[in-house]
Design a protein. Structure first.
Length: 374
């Protein structure tokens, strides 16, 4: 009877447990070594490429690989351990979740690396960056779409690996039609914004670094996502608008085709102004301004009223910031030129005074002095 109820010896159990842990440790070490070898091979191959930044970009894949390879080597080990079936099932579920998460992490890093490699040849810090801004806008939006799909797919697969979640999903499958209508109605606006983001990525009414006028504010497109757009206003404020705004509402895009712009400076002078002298002086002023692109320059008389003459000075610049500085500089120099050379041409109000003959009015036999006399 004592032998029937005897406990198993502790030393063989401890030895077996230690042996199992040893196998697990070996699998983890082998996985880490395999990840290091894979990273080394990738860096060696990428060093042959003409892109000098490629090895540094691919270095971002090392962290998810260090997690992914040990998990791959642990899968065949866990099934051969002599542990209870329930414990083994829990470990397998954990490994599956970790494997899916690490694969999603690797996918996100790979998408980010692909984005950097695609954009490395398209610089936006040059004068003619229209093509570069088009590529940057499309690639960044595509990267966000793929990243969102990877996250949603990974979350769905992780949930399906859990038995309780699968049972709930089977229960909800019967009412999928009604549930889909409810979810679609609740997420109608969000889905509309995502579709608007896709439309912006394809049609590109706006691009990164475009100069726009929205809600009466001048700014540049700083960020475009699937749901909102960030506009950096000239005073460094940020205007956040839904992406559907740029599909449904009118707005000004100053760099839709080219960054070149025309600017005006208005002057209001007396009728005695010499317009030809001002035209020659405008050419002199623009010739000394580094912000002028040398294309457009002129002065026209655009209006005249009973007090002043309206002069419009027209000029051009390579982009909006240069044009703003150019307009301010030209306005300042033209006013200084008028003050120094033609002060009589500055706006003035004329009044003609005529001496009125004295008149005598009689009222009830009284002599009334002329109006205005004391």
């Amino acid at each position: 009877m004592e032998r029937a109820f005897a406990l198993p010896p502790l030393r063989p159990m401890a030895f077996q447990f230690g042996l199992d842990l040893g196998f697990v440790a070996v699998a983890v070490v082998v996985g880490i070594i395999a990840a290091a070898i894979a990273g080394k091979v990738v860096r060696t191959v990428s060093s042959i490429s003409e892109d000098s930044e490629l090895p540094s970009h691919l270095r971002a894949l090392q962290a998810p690989l260090r997690l992914l390879f040990p998990i791959l080597f642990l899968f065949p080990i866990v099934g051969r351990l002599g542990w209870p079936a329930q414990t083994t099932a829990i470990l397998v579920d954990i490994l599956q979740i970790l494997f899916i998460a690490s694969a999603a992490w690797l996918g996100l890093r790979a998408v980010a690396v692909g984005e950097k490699m695609a954009l490395v040849r398209f610089r936006v810090d040059v004068a003619d960056n229209l093509k570069a801004r088009q590529v940057h806008t499309q690639v960044k939006l595509i990267r966000r779409i793929i990243s969102a799909l990877v996250l949603v797919l990974a979350a769905g697969v992780i949930m399906l690996t859990l038995e309780p979640v699968r049972r709930i999903g089977t229960t909800l499958l019967a009412s999928a039609g009604v549930l889909g209508i409810i979810i679609g109605f609740a997420a109608q606006r969000s889905i509309g914004m995502v579709l608007a983001g896709l439309q912006v990525a394809i049609a590109q009414p706006i691009r990164l670094d475009d100069v726009v006028i929205v809600e009466g504010e001048w700014g540049r497109i700083e960020e475009i996502t699937l749901t909102y757009v960030v506009v950096r206003v000239w005073d460094l404020r940020r205007l956040v608008l839904p992406v559907s705004y740029f599909i449904e509402q009118p707005f000004q895009n100053w760099t839709r085709v080219s960054a070149e712009l025309l600017g005006t400076v208005f002057l209001y002078t007396d009728y005695t102004v010499r317009v030809d002298d001002l035209r020659r002086q405008l050419q002199v002023i623009l010739g000394q301004c580094p912000n002028w692109d040398g294309k457009v320059a002129g002065i026209q008389v655009t209006n005249a009223d009973d007090h002043t003459v309206e002069l419009r000075a027209l000029m051009s610049a390579a982009d909006a910031p240069r044009l703003w500085d150019l307009r301010c500089e030209v306005r300042e120099h033209l006013i200084a030129y008028l003050q120094a050379n033609y002060p009589e041409a500055l706006p003035r109000t004329r009044a003609e005074l005529r001496e009125q003959e004295p008149s005598r009015d009689r009222q009830d036999g009284q002599e009334v002095p002329p109006s205005g006399s004391r």
